[in-house]
Write a protein of this length. Structure first.
Length: 413
């Protein structure tokens, strides 16, 4: 039984009925006020500190593992044009909120994966260090396993930070779009200047401390034609673990798909050439079976959760960014109505996946049921935008091209 199911005690049908009752006015995105805000005495469970008797229904059936996104701040030093993380402000997570979030979710699993998120989490590096210290103490005391990862734009990443991450076995991924033109077209500062130089100078110490640093390249219509050149840049600089992340939300993304396919085929040729030279490189679209990139079914709201700066609980990071599907609070406990609504939406999503996406590639985001992707594209958790399927087919076609190249089956032109 998952954490969410423990909340619900199997009461999914009433959530479906409630959705149908509100179908005329309900658009799949419920504002925080509609799904949260119950008085403490009305919540399903109360969580308290200091040894007071606690009903741990949420934790009654521990998950094998839980992924916990901690939103350390809503602030960021960049204003990327494709950013989906909502309005920026100076709010940051108090240390006691972070500790209580760790306590709550660590109690529900033997293996907690903490993801430090933002905004830009490195703006709160002292807090991050404090949380890691606390996690290590609690994991040791409770005989639990904890892993860490940081999602960062890399512009603030000092040698001290890189060394700390290496010493503490903390993985981190850097959102970096490549050479100067590709980086600066979308990833700009709050004052409008490009961020390439801010990040470029950090590359030596990032790779010195983490030779297999994971780079994420966002693909948008205004930078798609620069994709192959970006990959050349990465390889020249020494990066070897690269993910491509399409900006499905851009209104021109569908029209850019033919160019994307052409660029992906160029990237495929770089990949094949490097592999045939014996170089260890890993791209998410070709090495999808590698544990680095393996896509399983999305577990949002079941085993993946986010806690925002105020201690509110959401199904995953994108939901917290936009304050939709708030599930409760680390102090006041879960909101039964919100949980029923989420469970009903997940049930509808799985029905749509089974009915409409049975023949889509297994690795397509339409097939894995990514709630965050649906939220930022269709604005409805249970509605999958067709462009996700169209992109998935291109990715699958290029993957087959690479597979043929690796086995020597490509025909010479």
């Amino acid at each position: 039984m998952t954490v969410l199911e423990s909340f619900l005690s199997g009461n999914i049908e009433s959530g479906v009925a409630r959705l149908r009752m509100h179908e005329n006015g309900y658009n799949g995105v419920r504002p925080q006020e509609a799904v949260g805000g119950l008085a403490p005495e009305e919540t399903l469970i109360r969580f308290t500190q200091g040894g007071v008797d606690v009903d741990n229904t949420i934790l009654k059936d521990p998950c094998t593992e839980i992924v916990l996104y901690l939103h350390l701040t809503r602030d960021c030093n960049l204003r990327c044009s494709y950013c989906y993380s909502g309005e920026k402000n100076k709010l940051s997570m108090p240390p006691d909120v972070a500790r209580r979030a760790v306590d709550l979710f660590l109690e529900g699993t033997d293996h907690l994966k903490v993801r430090f998120f933002g905004g830009e989490p490195l703006l709160e590096f002292p807090l991050l260090r404090e949380i890691v210290t606390y996690c290590k103490q609690e994991a040791s005391r409770r005989s639990k396993k904890i892993e860490y990862a940081v999602i960062t734009n890399g512009t603030l990443l000092t040698e001290e930070m890189a060394a700390f991450f290496a010493e503490q076995s903390i993985e981190y991924s850097v959102s970096f779009d490549g050479h100067r033109e590709a980086q600066d077209v979308n990833r700009r500062t709050a004052y409008g200047s490009g961020s390439f130089e801010m990040l470029h100078g950090n590359i030596p110490h990032m790779l010195r401390w983490n030779p297999y640093l994971h780079v994420v390249r966002v693909i948008s219509p205004n930078n798609v034609a620069m994709l192959a050149k970006s990959v050349e840049f990465y390889l020249e600089k020494g990066f070897s673990v690269i993910s491509f992340s399409p900006d499905y939300t851009h209104s021109g993304f569908r029209d850019s798909l033919p160019v994307l396919k052409s660029e992906y085929l160029k990237v495929a040729d770089f990949y094949l050439a490097s592999r045939k030279q014996g170089k260890a490189i890993y791209f998410n679209i070709f090495d999808h079976l590698n544990t680095l990139f393996r896509r399983g079914k999305c577990r949002f709201g079941r085993q993946d959760f986010s806690v925002d700066v105020c201690g509110d609980i959401y199904p995953c990071c994108c939901f917290a960014d936009h304050k939709v599907y708030r599930l409760g609070n680390i102090d006041r406990g879960p909101d039964p109505q919100a949980l029923e609504i989420l469970a009903a939406e997940i049930a509808l999503l799985e029905q749509h996946m089974e009915r409409d996406h049975r023949d889509c590639p297994d690795t397509s985001f339409c097939k894995i049921g990514c709630g965050c992707t649906n939220m930022v594209t269709s604005r409805k958790l249970s509605v999958i935008d067709p462009v996700i399927c169209e992109y998935g087919l291109i990715e699958e076609e290029v993957r087959k091209y690479v597979s043929a190249g690796l086995t020597g089956d490509l025909c010479a032109e």
